[in-house]
Design a binder for this molecule. Structure first.
Ligand code: ASP
Ligand code: MG
Length: 411
């Protein structure tokens, strides 16, 4: 008999009918003999609705009070689901984060889980009950209600699975798994049967929004097998695990991620002397702006160009900081570009394969797409290109790395 944690997201519990459907599904699992702990989000749109209410009082709601309020969304869905289960003859009990005692630190609106008391849940499971736990929330050591950040119910699910040493944490959502890339951009994209935590982390941080990043980090750290599944369609979903199978069929690339969230800044004609990179990026980080890619050119006449990317929301702030630095360093000019996109190929298979980057560059060259910046890591190669070529680039790479679904090939 297995112990499974099942997490249902906001759209899966978005209406009473859906909650009844979820109850049916949980009931079937329960009849299979497994112990089930269910974690639910608030009904879709509810957390936004609550935040909007708070914003009508103040643009910057007091974080503690905001948590008291937004945590109610999940309190509603746990009770409804427990009622729906009981109505079906399935013994069930619901708990808020505080009632379980999901202990967090005190950083309201972005709290981290410190410890989970599994006593109550274990007792209930032993007594044959399905335990329904509110996602997204916890309590700090002083008894204040905290929340874990948007999308935090995923993290609750994984953390509970880790604490209970569950056999699997199943994340039910409105897609049937993790895809090789966004199917809206590449219709030939395929569902992956398996992906490693590392790859999933790269995919998530590069813009593939199936899971909250922190939940994947957590799952990797505690080695909790995670499965992404569709709430209302049958199918195996995508399993996220530690395994790196050494199979011949293992593709070099598992997926292609992309985002339009970045902007590029260049400071031109800075002296090529020790300490300059620090002088440029020091004030940027002091302004709390995160830098992603960095490129410094080869020096010419003892001066050089230095380029980096930041989140688009930080572009103007970064530009102001950089202008200041430029005048202090006697640099030639500061130029910037917000119409860029980042495309990344991700795969643990590339570790043992030379030439992956060149294959990528060849595919982009064939489409005459200019590469502006490049960065690599053990399992990823990223390029910055002009934004208008994003879709073209992703499609070309998807084909070049043989990720297209067979029935679609040849167009
Ligand atoms: N209800 C919360 C949110 O919308 C948490 C979650 O759904 O995971 O962010
Ligand atoms: Mg969610």
């Amino acid at each position: 008999m297995a112990l499974i944690v099942q997490k249902f997201g906001g759209t899966s519990v978005g209406t009473v009918e859906r909650i009844e459907q979820v109850a049916e599904k949980v009931k079937k699992f329960r009849e299979g003999g497994d112990d089930i702990v269910v974690v639910v989000s608030a009904m879709s749109g509810e957390t936004n609705r609550l935040i909007d209410l708070a914003k009508q009082i103040s643009d910057t709601p007091v974080p503690r009070e905001l948590d008291v309020m937004v945590s109610t969304g999940e309190q509603v869905t746990i009770a409804l689901l427990a009622m729906a289960l009981i109505k079906r003859g399935v013994p069930a009990v619901s708990y808020t984060g505080n009632q379980v005692r999901i202990l967090t630190d005190s950083s309201h609106n972005k709290a981290r889980i410190l410890q989970i008391d599994d006593q109550k849940i274990r007792t209930d499971l032993k007594a044959g009950r399905v335990v329904v736990v509110a996602g997204f929330q916890g309590v700090d050591e002083h008894g204040n209600i905290t929340t874990l950040g948007r999308g935090g119910s995923d993290t609750t699910g994984v953390a509970l699975a880790a604490a209970l040493k569950a056999d699997e944490c199943q994340i039910y959502t409105d897609v049937d798994g993790v895809y090789t890339t966004d199917p809206r951009v590449v219709p030939q994209a395929q569902r992956l049967d398996k992906i490693t935590f590392e790859e999933m982390l790269e995919m998530a941080s590069l813009g593939s929004k199936v899971l909250q990043i922190r939940s994947v980090e957590f799952a990797g750290k505690y080695n909790v097998p995670l499965r992404v599944l569709h709430s209302f369609q049958e199918g195996p979903g995508t399993l996220i695990t530690l395994d790196e199978e050494e199979s011949m069929e293992q593709p070099i690339i598992s997926g292609i991620a992309f985002n339009r969230d970045e902007a590029k800044l260049t400071i031109r004609g800075v002296p090529d002397i020790p300490g300059v990179a620090f002088k440029i990026l020091g004030p940027i980080s002091a302004a709390n702006i995160e830098v992603d890619m960095i490129v410094q050119n080869v020096a010419h006449d003892n001066t050089t160009d230095f380029t980096f990317t930041v989140h688009r929301n930080d572009y103007q702030a970064a530009q102001r900081v950089l202008e200041q630095t430029a005048s202090e360093l006697g640099a030639r000019e500061v130029i910037g570009d917000t119409k860029i996109a980042k495309v990344s190929i991700v795969g643990v298979g590339m570790r043992s394969h030379a030439g992956v980057a060149s294959r990528m560059f060849e595919a982009l060259a064939k489409e005459t797409i200019n590469i502006q910046m490049i960065s690599t890591s053990e399992i990823k190669v990223s390029v910055v290109i002009e934004e208008k070529y994003l879709e073209l680039a992703v499609r070309a790479l998807h084909t070049a790395f043989e990720l297209d679904a067979p029935n679609h090939q040849g167009e």
